[in-house]
Design a protein around this ligand. Sequence first.
Ligand code: AMP
Ligand code: MG
Length: 332
Amino acid sequence: MSALAIERAVAINAVLRASKVCQKVFQNLVTSDTVIKKDGSPVTVADFSAQAVVNRILYESFPNDPIVGEEESGSLRGDSGKELRNKVLSLVNTVLDTPLNDNELLETIDRGNFPGGSSGRMWTLDPIDGTMGFLRGEQFCVGLALIIDGEVHLGVLGCPFFPVDLKAPEGERGCLFIAIKGQGAFQRKFSSTEETQICFADISSPSAASFCESVVAEHSSHGDAAKIASLLGITKPPLRMDSMCKYCAVARGDADIYLRLPVRIDYEENIWDHAAGCILIKEAGGVVSDINNKPLDFSLGRTLKTNKGVVVAHSKIHGQVIDAVQQVILKK
Ligand code: AMP
Ligand code: MG
């Protein structure tokens, strides 16, 4: 059996079930299901439910593996959290084989509170990456990765609204992306278990490239990206997309470069926003670094403390992209 085969199967099952939960919530999305987190981003029933589903499925197979998950159960507790808690519980129990009770639900969500670090195994989960995309009915994903001794070994991304073929956006949607260190990157449709290997589009000059960036300009500077594109001679308009779906788009050759350019100097990227995407890129033949050409370091806790931004490109052009990024950032 190949390395991490059981982990791969369990992670796929967890991500597919969590994706199903998100799709159900989307169908019934009403504003009252949205609460505001401390950082102002909207959190829905779906975030909590997806985290509960993934954490529970991981727990059933790997009870000793810690999890670094985005959500915590605070707003589901007590009388004030009862309405939301009941909605989450009934949703979670539609996709789990063994139903949870109230306490198990809260405990399961809070299994995601691991502080992270450099030794041993840990999973990291973004139950819904790209909440803004989710609320708009655009791109979002469930992102799960296994980190061993500070290095990402497995990544699974469930992208319920991602077109199977980006050139046919009205066609079938729903893609799962899977990567294991040393084993390649794969895609499958939600509607099938057949997997196809994916890789970067071949490119030799950055001027022919297209690049991806966030829809939300507060997450990545659109102005700096336009300057970098101009320096590189890029003429194609940016492909704007929420969530780690950007990593998926580049990994399968829909675009060539992903730029995430810091807007706030004090912002630390979360490991769950990048771990699964990072291994997908490497296994599809690309290079991932931060804006200073440093590798992303997943061994330092819940955030990428020593990194700023993200730059992804084919190895043939990554160096040139970094040079352009440095020129624009240093000029500021
Ligand atoms: P995206 O959909 O690529 O724009 O990224 C969504 C992610 O951006 C969310 O999961 C947040 O964790 C993260 N985020 C929040 N604030 C910032 C910020 N100031 N800079 C970069 N990313 C952020
Ligand atoms: Mg996220």
